[in-house]
Design a protein around this ligand. Sequence first.
Ligand code: HEM
Length: 351
Amino acid sequence: LTHLIESRKLRDLVHKMPVLSPHLLSSHRELRLAHLALGFISMGYVWQEGQHTPAQILPKALAWPFWLISRRLGLPPILTYADSVLANWKLKDPTGNMDLIFSFPGGDSCRGFFIVSMLVEMAASPGIMGALEVMHAIKISDLTAIKNGLIKVTQSLKTMKENFKLMHSNCCFTCFRWRDNPMLPRGVLYEGVSDEPILLSGGSAAQSSAIQCFDALLCIQHEDETGAFLTRMRDYMPPAHRQLIETLSACPSLRDFILSCSSSDLCHTYNSCVSALVDLRNYHLNTVAKYIIVPGNHAQSMGCPFRGVGTALNTTGTGGSNLVVFLKSVRNTTQKALILERLSESRKTQM
Ligand code: HEM
């Protein structure tokens, strides 16, 4: 695929493709692999010629099977984070070394972006188990189990940050969207599916369901435009992930529970967990500053495998100010969840 994009032969090849029928695909894994493959081919097709001439129409041979498979999976017909990171790996050898299935032009920088994101996600999984333990423990007011579950979440968040430090990539994948994208103001027309172009946000790590699960568990509620954007990103997550975030959000509030019980130990454990999430978001903010904001459009054009396409939150000319406001707002809301009064009260008691 990378070779076909680089040599600008992909579009011609797609034009010769028959309309594929996805009816023989039955298992979830087959469908996810097909979504991943069609997502990568579609991105390559649309952006093959670079930022100035994106394809406005996705040919039926791609659009129709992509549409059908997406409907079966409950995912939108565009390359999502759940494709490019969560499903985009295979075992390289029996010892467990992993490799990517698909990548884009951009060599190691591009591959590094997907692999490091995947390592960050893998580190999140014990934390998700911890979140589930907390969720059950609140229902029976089991303080020890709540504490143990929260410790697992904190450890996960710390490992996620450690893995994040491996990111030395200036690839910016936020250009993979046909919504809020000045290059495709009306979106992309899916031939044979609809007569009107469709607006869709492409893969962004803002679609990471793990981070939104932790927000839901810790009762961190992002509001206004920031909250609306993050909630919209749930439409790009697998339905089961979306459901888990909603289940965690609908549970009795962990924060209220901690405020109502008089355990300064539990309060401290909760605060450590929130602080670990603040730390992770601060690290992310610095990474974004390093790779997108400080170098400006130059880095975007260097980093984007499709030769620099504008992004929604960091539009050309704003110097990244929208993006900084967004990421700082997410970080500040996280910080506000800290139970400060409670801590100072417990300090007074200790004195
Ligand atoms: C060089 C690497 C990275 C860059 C340049 C980057 C860039 C961005 C940008 C531009 C946004 C704003 C939303 C958007 O436009 O879609 C964003 C949001 C976000 N990113 Fe990244 N990102 C990087 C790596 C990662 C990684 C590895 C993760 C973790 C899996 C991550 C997690 C998030 C999350 C969760 C959000 C939503 C805001 C939040 O909840 O804190 N990012 N990122």
